[in-house]
Ligand binder design. Structure first.
Ligand code: SF4
Ligand code: FES
Length: 216
C-alpha cells in the first residue's frame, strides 16, 4: 500500500507517502522552510535543523512522514501508551506500537502513527484518504463498550481490519473522544463502516448496510 518517496540531506532523510497524507498541515506549520507545498520538491530537509525536522515529522498524525537520522540523532520510538483519538467528522488517529493486518494475517503496516478510516468511504481502506470530507458527520463522542482490562502480556497494538467488518483492536489501548473522555481496554471492535449507532464502537450495523471493505 505504501509508495513513500525519500528526500535527502546530509544529516537526515525524510520519507513521504502521499497516499497517507490528509493535509493536516502540521508539517507546513511546524517547519515551513522544509515543507513548502508551493515548491518542487515540496520536502527539502536541507532547509532545516535535523532535530526540528524530526520533531515536526513525529507530529504528522497519519504516518505519511517519517525520518531517518544520519547524524547520530535519536530515531523515533513508539509512544509508551497506545492511543486512539477519535477525530470529529474524521478518522481514528492511532499512535503507539501499531501493527495493522488483514483478516488473512497479511501485515499491511507496522508504524508509530496512522490514521484509519471510520466513515467507510476511503479508497485506501483501512487507511484514511480524506473521503470523510465529502459527507461524514460525527461529533466523536465515546460510545459504550465492555472494557477488557489489560493483561500486561503485550505492549503492542494489533489492529485487524475484518473483511466487510470492523477494526478489531488487540492490545493495551487508550481511546479518547473529542471531549477528552477516555477508556482503556485491551480488546474492542471499532466501527469503520460509518454507520454504527454506538461510535466509535461497532454495533453490527455493517451487516445490515452491506458494508464492503474492499477498495478495488
Ligand atoms: S503533517 Fe502529515 S498528513 Fe499533515 S500535511 Fe504533513 S505530511 Fe500530510
Ligand atoms: S463496522 Fe460499523 S457497525 Fe460494525
Amino acid at each position: 500500500m505504501s509508495h513513500p518517496r525519500s528526500y535527502a540531506a546530509e544529516d537526515i532523510d525524510v520519507q513521504y507517502d502521499v497516499r497517507r497524507c490528509i493535509h493536516a498541515a502540521e508539517c507546513v506549520h511546524g517547519a515551513p522552510s522544509v515543507f513548502d507545498p508551493n515548491r518542487k520538491p515540496w520536502v527539502d530537509p536541507t532547509q532545516g535543523d535535523s532535530d526540528l525536522i524530526a520533531k515536526v515529522v513525529t507530529r504528522c498524525p497519519t504516518g505519511a512522514l517519517h525520518f531517518t537520522r544520519k547524524d547520530g540523532g535519536a530515531e523515533e520510538v513508539p509512544e509508551e501508551t497506545n492511543t486512539v483519538l477519535i477525530q470529529p467528522d474524521g478518522p481514528l488517529h492511532v499512535r503507539g506500537d501499531i501493527r495493522v493486518e488483514t483478516a488473512e494475517g497479511e501485515i499491511l503496516l507496522t508504524d508509530t502513527r496512522v490514521a484509519l478510516c471510520r466513515c467507510g468511504l476511503s479508497k485506501n481502506k483501512p487507511f484514511c484518504d480524506n473521503a470523510h470530507q465529502e459527507n461524514f458527520k460525527d461529533a466523536a463522542a465515546l460510545g459504550a463498550v465492555n472494557v477488557i482490562e489489560a493483561s500486561g502480556e503485550t505492549s503492542s497494538l494489533t489492529i485487524l481490519a475484518a473483511t466487510d467488518g470492523p477494526l478489531l483492536l488487540n492490545g493495551p489501548v487508550s481511546i479518547s473522544s473529542a471531549e477528552s473522555e477516555e477508556i482503556t481496554t485491551e480488546k474492542c471492535a471499532l466501527c469503520r463502516c460509518g454507520h454504527s449507532s454506538n461510535k466509535p464502537f461497532c454495533d453490527g450495523t455493517h451487516k445490515d448496510i452491506g458494508f464492503e471493505s474492499s477498495t478495488a
